[in-house]
Design a protein around this ligand. Sequence first.
Ligand code: MN
Length: 202
Amino acid sequence: MAFELPKLPYPFAALEPSIDARTMEIHHGKHHQGYVTNLNNAISGTDAGNLSIEDICKQISRYPVAVRNNGGGHFNHSLFWTVMKPGGSPLSGTLKEAITSAFGTVDEFRNKFAAAGASRFGSGWAWLVVGQDKKLAVGSTPNQDNPLMDIAEIKGIPVLGLDVWEHAYYLNYQNRRPDYISAWWNVVHWDEVARRFAAAMK
Ligand code: MN
């Protein structure tokens, strides 16, 4: 079974003005498609074709670096599209309580997450994860690594991820990564993050 590019759950222009249509079109149709194509090439002849992308990530140290880069790229972007929604959705309920408990206030969480994304040198991702201790934590990973990977510095189940590669924002924001991160909060789909959080806590 070959991996496939998931359909974007909204039109390219739906996240404007936070993320412009042209960026979304290239990001989904060229960058994510590239990771899927290269992942399928990289796993041909290995046992990874029978595994889920999550299971491949969990034992990524067994595989060549092309699987790490492109498998991470496929998992990360598949999550990224789903945790955004035109206009966003409100943070509430159990997840809001858990964030407040872990970080003090929602604002403190947002500051910590934004700082993780802004300070990641070069390309990478900011994450909110449920750790093995079932507690929420914030961190970042380089390149297309993610917290599922056995080689990652921050480990856990990612429930929210933010792409801070230049390809995610450069057309509209140029070098202003912090402005992209600020605008991105307006399209975070907290209902989907809460669904992922509930599943991770089971
Ligand atoms: Mn990307």
